[in-house]
Design a protein around this ligand. Structure first.
Ligand code: A3P
Length: 322
């Protein structure tokens, strides 16, 4: 824990070896770094990101707790920003998983395989689009303090997040054991989820969105499902690519909605058969059901009650409900 200065890799490894650890379903468990749980192999990436990333004013960073609809938001954001370059029939989304188009700091850009020297990341066109699961408190300083970059956060009902993650975990090639839903509920309630505790993650971005609404846009998965047009217009306005009246009357929003819909993305060849990571995780594991409230099919009433009690307590006074 504590502030990280310019460590070289050996120092980073020494630091990682001293972090608190807990069991996880992945081979290496999880380490606690700066108040969040993180697979140990990612901690070094997070540190490199914190040391080296220099945000620029036009950057847009998409942040989320895992399984909140990140991939959907990536497809939407990419489509909104690039709508003057591509149509629904030639967009790179047809041949690439959204994670390839908007890279994660911690999985991709600052992985030891990539290892960019200080501030070397740049690509055309502006704005640069990045994504992350890192909690707000642990974002690189230049994101939080010195640049006007924008952050879009997507949140989701914790019970649906949990159920989504439980399935996702069972498809991980590097998992070590199957966890029962009951065990996972316990872990979730103890805050031991990847990049969790869940409530710290959500509240960190939520508070920032209240204090700096021009900096952080806080979206909800359920609201996007229910009221897509309103939410997507809000998103486009926020990132500085508002839809014109003409575009609206031409049905541009509807085209984007269809392109990025669960059923459309799921059925694309790249998402049906492709693999994203070198560990063999298949793209199809990012497209399970895409529904609101699927938790009722997987959690017993007592599990749901336990989760709801914990969440109520953790979110009390925040103004945030799910
Ligand atoms: P379920 O497991 O409940 O189906 P993330 O991208 O953060 O990992 O989130 C994955 C969740 O979003 C999964 O939830 C997945 O099915 C859902 N999802 C993927 N694409 C979607 C889309 N286009 N629209 C709505 N939900 C989508």
């Amino acid at each position: 824990k504590g502030h990280i200065n310019d460590h070289d890799d050996e120092e980073i490894l020494a630091l990682i070896s001293q972090l608190p650890k807990t069991k996880g379903w992945l081979k290496f468990g999880m380490s606690q770094y700066q108040d969040f749980w993180c697979p140990p192999n990612l901690v070094a990436n997070v540190i490199r990101f914190q040391q080296h990333f220099q945000a620029q004013d036009h950057d847009i960073i998409l942040a989320s707790h895992p399984k909140s609809g990140t991939i959907w938001l990536k497809a939407l954001l990419y489509s909104i920003i690039n709508r003057h370059r591509y149509t629904s029939s030639n967009t790179p989304l047809l041949n690439s998983n959204p994670h390839q188009l908007i890279p994660f700091f911690e999985f991709t850009l600052y992985s030891s395989d990539t290892k960019p020297p200080n501030n070397s990341i740049s690509y055309d066109p502006s704005p640069r689009l990045f994504s992350t699961h890192i909690p707000y408190a642990s974002m690189a300083d230049s994101i939080k303090h010195s640049s006007k970059c924008k952050i879009v956060y997507i949140s989701r009902n914790p019970l649906d997040v949990l159920v989504s993650f439980w399935h996702f975990a069972s498809w991980q090639p590097e998992r070590i054991e199957e966890w029962t839903m009951e065990e996972y509920v316990e872990k979730f309630c103890n805050g031991e989820t990847v990049f969790g505790p869940f409530w710290n993650h959500v509240l960190g971005y939520w508070k920032e969105s209240l204090e700096k609404p021009e900096k952080v846009l806080f979206l909800k998965y359920e609201e996007m499902k229910e009221d897509f047009v309103v939410q997507v217009k809000k998103l486009a306005d926020f990132v500085g690519f508002p839809f014109s009246r003409e575009e609206e009357s031409q049905g541009v929003i509807e085209q984007i909605s269809n392109l990025c819909s669960f059923s459309n993305l799921k059925d694309l060849d790249v998402n049906k058969h492709g693999k994203l990571m070198s560990n063999g995780l298949e793209n199809k594991s990012y497209f399970r059901k895409g529904k609101v409230g699927d938790w009722v099919n997987h959690l017993s009433p007592s599990m749901a009650a336990r989760l709801n009690t914990v969440m109520k307590e953790k979110f009390r006074g925040s103004g945030l409900t799910f």
